[in-house]
Design a protein around this ligand. Structure first.
Ligand code: IPM
Ligand code: MG
Length: 376
C-alpha cells in the first residue's frame, strides 16, 4: 500500500467545523472506494484559539509546512477585531506558503437555481484565477493624523513582474487544456502603472501560447458581462482584490456562496497548497445545521485532483453535483437538506461509486495534478 497523504485539517470558526466534518466523511468514503489513504492532523486555529492563546499563523506554520495539502474551513468571528484573523492567518498562509494562484471555478450546475433568468449550465463554465499573494493584499499602507479631521490614509498595491508572470503562465496552461481562451480582468484605464505591467506580461507570455485567444475586460464591465454573457469566459486571470470581488459575483451566479469553492495553489512545490470553500464563517447560522457543505466538499475534490487522485476527485465532484441538483426538491423535506443530510448523501454516492461522472464535464480536476502537482 502506498504512503498515506498527510493532510492538515483546519476547521476554524463558525460553520467551518460543520462543513469540514462533512468533507472528511466524504474523504472517508473516497478512501474506501478508491484505495488510497490519508493521515489527518487537525489543528485548532481561529477565533477561540486566538482569544485563548493569542496565536496566529506563525505559531503553526512549522507544523503545516511539510504536509501534502491543507483542508481549511472558515475563519472570522465578531469577538475579534476585523482584520486580525483574516490578515494574521489566512493572508499569512497564502503569502508565506506562496499559494500564488487562487483557482475559483464558476460553474452553474444542472438543477441549481441561479438568480440570472434564462441562464443554463452550458453557458456558465469558467475558472477565475486570482493572483493570491500581492496587490492590495500585501497590507502596505499608513495613516497620518489618525482620528482627526485631517486624517490621511494611504493603501498601496504591490505588483511584481515575477508575481504576475507565475499566475498568468499558470492561467495560459490552464486555458490550453480547456476552451483556449484567456481573459485578463483589470482596470488599466485608471490603475495605469499596475495595468500596464499586467498587460505587458499577458502580451509577452501570450506569444508562447499562440493557440490561446487573449481577451481583456475592465473590472467594472466584468460586473455586467459575468452575469449576462458568462459564455464569453473560459479562464479569467485577475489581480488579488479584483479577484476577491468578482468571484463573489461568480458565486451568486452559480447559485450562492454555499456552492462556490477554491484552491490556493503553491506552484513551485515549496509549501503545501490549501483548499477552502469561498464562504465565510457565517456565525449567525453556526451549529444550526443550515450550512450547505457543498463548497467545502468541492474543495476536497480540488484537493484530491491536486494530489493526483483524479478518479476519486471526479467522483466526489460528480456526487456533489448530483446532490445539488436534488436539493430544490428536498428543501422542504424533513432532514434531507441539513448540513449532515447533504454530506452523508454525497458520501453514500461516493462510497457506492454511484454518481455519474459525466456530470463533471471539464478536465479541471485532472489538469490540476499536472499544472500544480502536490509535492509527492
Ligand atoms: C476570500 C475571502 C478572504 C479574502 C478574506 C476572508 C480574508 O474574502 O477568500 O475571498 O479577502 O481573500
Ligand atoms: Mg472574498
Amino acid at each position: 500500500m502506498t504512503q498515506p497523504y498527510s493532510i492538515a485539517v483546519l476547521p476554524g470558526d463558525g460553520i467551518g467545523p460543520e462543513v469540514v466534518g462533512c468533507a472528511l466523511a466524504v474523504l472517508d468514503a473516497a478512501e474506501e472506494r478508491y484505495g488510497f489513504r490519508t493521515e489527518r492532523s487537525e489543528y485548532a486555529a481561529g477565533a477561540n484559539h486566538y482569544l485563548a492563546t493569542g496565536e496566529l499563523f506563525d505559531a503553526i506554520e512549522g507544523r503545516l509546512r511539510d504536509k501534502d495539502a491543507i483542508l481549511f474551513g472558515s475563519m472570522g468571528d465578531p469577538r475579534v477585531t476585523p482584520g486580525i484573523l483574516e490578515r494574521g492567518f489566512i493572508l499569512e498562509m497564502r503569502q508565506r506558503f506562496q499559494q500564488a494562484a487562487n483557482v475559483r471555478p464558476v460553474r452553474l450546475y444542472p438543477g441549481v437555481p441561479t438568480p440570472i433568468a434564462g441562464l443554463t449550465p452550458e453557458r456558465c463554465e469558467m475558472v477565475i484565477v486570482r493572483e493570491n499573494t500581492e496587490g492590495a493584499y500585501v497590507g502596505q499602507g499608513s495613516t497620518v493624523h489618525a482620528g482627526t479631521p485631517n486624517a490621511v490614509a494611504m493603501q498601496e498595491s504591490l505588483n511584481t513582474r515575477a508575481g504576475i508572470e507565475r499566475v498568468v503562465d499558470f492561467s495560459f496552461r490552464l486555458a490550453l487544456g480547456r476552451r483556449r481562451r484567456l481573459t485578463l480582468c483589470h482596470k488599466t484605464n485608471i490603475l495605469v502603472a499596475a495595468g500596464r505591467l499586467w498587460q505587458e506580461v499577458v502580451k509577452d507570455l501570450g506569444a508562447l501560447y499562440p493557440e490561446v485567444e487573449v481577451d481583456y475586460v475592465h473590472v467594472d464591465a466584468m460586473c455586467f458581462h459575468l452575469p449576462l454573457t458568462p459564455e464569453r469566459f473560459d479562464v479569467v486571470v485577475t489581480d488579488n482584490l479584483f479577484g476577491d470581488i468578482i468571484t463573489d459575483l461568480g458565486a451568486v451566479i452559480q447559485g450562492g456562496l454555499g456552492v462556490a469553492t477554491s484552491a490556493n495553489l503553491n506552484l513551485d512545490g515549496s509549501a503545501p497548497s490549501m483548499f477552502e470553500a469561498i464562504h465565510g464563517s457565517a456565525p449567525d447560522i453556526a451549529g444550526k445545521g443550515w450550512a450547505n457543505p457543498s463548497g467545502a466538499i468541492l474543495s476536497l475534490a480540488l484537493m484530491l485532483g491536486h494530489l493526483g487522485e483524479g478518479e476519486a476527485a471526479r467522483a466526489v465532484e460528480a456526487a456533489t453535483v448530483q446532490v445539488l441538483g436534488e436539493l430544490p426538491a428536498l428543501a422542504g423535506a424533513e432532514m434531507g437538506a441539513t448540513t449532515t443530510g447533504i454530506g452523508s448523501r454525497i458520501a453514500d454516492l461516493v462510497r457506492g461509486g454511484a454518481a455519474d461522472p459525466s456530470l463533471v464535464p471539464d478536465s479541471l480536476l485532472a489538469t490540476l495534478a499536472t499544472l500544480a502537482p502536490s509535492r509527492r
